[in-house]
Design a protein around this ligand. Structure first.
Ligand SMILES: [Zn+2]
Length: 286
């Protein structure tokens, strides 16, 4: 199974257009600090449709391949948050758009964003249910199963009913080799189900939004802690990750996270634990 990490930033990216924090300012003067929205390519599927999706798809086109039109776009969603779904509207030029999402997420996008109604006159939009109790076959011999993470709803869907599959992690399995990868870009609780899925995976790519719990309040971006925002901070997960048998990488870094500075001492702390920080464009073979 071949994974390509397309982007590694939390909502807004690094730099974020309206922000002047040290991370965003650093990224404006030093390209090495820049990160696009967190996304992943697994086979022919893109995980989460971020505002950067069109640029991400361009990076998947081999330079030496003959020109070929992309007729079908396939997307798997972890949740209905705007940073993970706005890119669906950028895919209106697709002939066919396949969206794999939990029924809860599909309903939020259909009712809250009117996604199906808006996109259907442009593209053939097809939905497939992402399930927590069974595998969904993707292309290239890969299957995916959802691991429930939380009932945290996007603000635009605050009136919708609560459900356990508003936010899920994705477990990808290569049917031929048995290789597995768990992608969990947002979780505020290390639940037994999530812990089991992490322990079984050959590679885990997880929530590195914030370094410490007070970071969102200290930097003034929120009145809530990282955990209250649905993101366990790196400080709370790094040692636990270091004890997992598989390769572990952080993604979904917020621009306030000191890790956006490649020279920050926090990188040495993670290196000592054997935990990696994912980079845009990184390829992982499992
Ligand atoms: Zn910033």
């Amino acid at each position: 199974m071949r994974l390509r990490i397309l982007g590694t930033a939390a909502g807004g990216g690094v730099p974020q257009w309206n922000c002047a924090c040290p991370g965003c300012s650093g990224a404006r003067t030093n390209p090495a600090w820049r990160r696009t929205h967190a996304s992943l390519a697994v086979g022919n599927h893109i995980v989460n449709a971020t505002p950067d999706i069109a640029e991400h798809v361009e990076t998947l086109r081999p330079a030496d391949a003959p020109p070929e039109r992309t007729r079908v776009m396939r997307v798997v969603l972890t949740d209905a948050e705007l940073d993970h779904t706005l890119g669906l509207f950028r895919l209106r030029e697709a002939d066919e758009l396949e969206i794999v999402a939990t029924p809860t997420v599909r309903q939020a996008l259909t009712r809250g964003l009117r996604l199906h109604e808006v996109l259907s006159p442009y593209a053939d939009v097809r939905w497939r249910d992402l399930m927590t109790d069974g595998e969904v076959a993707l292309t290239a011999g890969v299957e995916v199963r959802a691991v429930p993470v939380s009932g945290k709803r996007p603000r635009y869907a605050s009136d919708e009913a609560s459900a356990p599959d508003w936010v899920v992690a994705l477990r990808f399995t290569d049917r031929a080799s048995g290789a597995t990868c768990l992608y969990a870009p947002a979780f505020g609780v290390w639940s037994p189900a999530l812990g089991d899925a992490m322990a079984e995976a050959g590679c885990v790519i997880v929530d590195g939004t914030f370094w410490d719990d007070e970071e969102p309040r200290r930097t003034g971006i929120s009145s809530r802690t990282a955990t209250e925002m649905g993101h366990l901070p790196v400080e709370a997960t790094a040692e636990r990750l270091s004890r997992l048998p598989g390769r572990c990488l952080y993604t979904h870094l917020n621009n306030t996270n000191p890790l956006v500075d490649p020279d920050a001492p926090q990188h040495r702390r993670l290196a000592e634990l054997g935990v990696e920080v994912a980079a845009d464009g990184m390829v992982i073979e499992l």
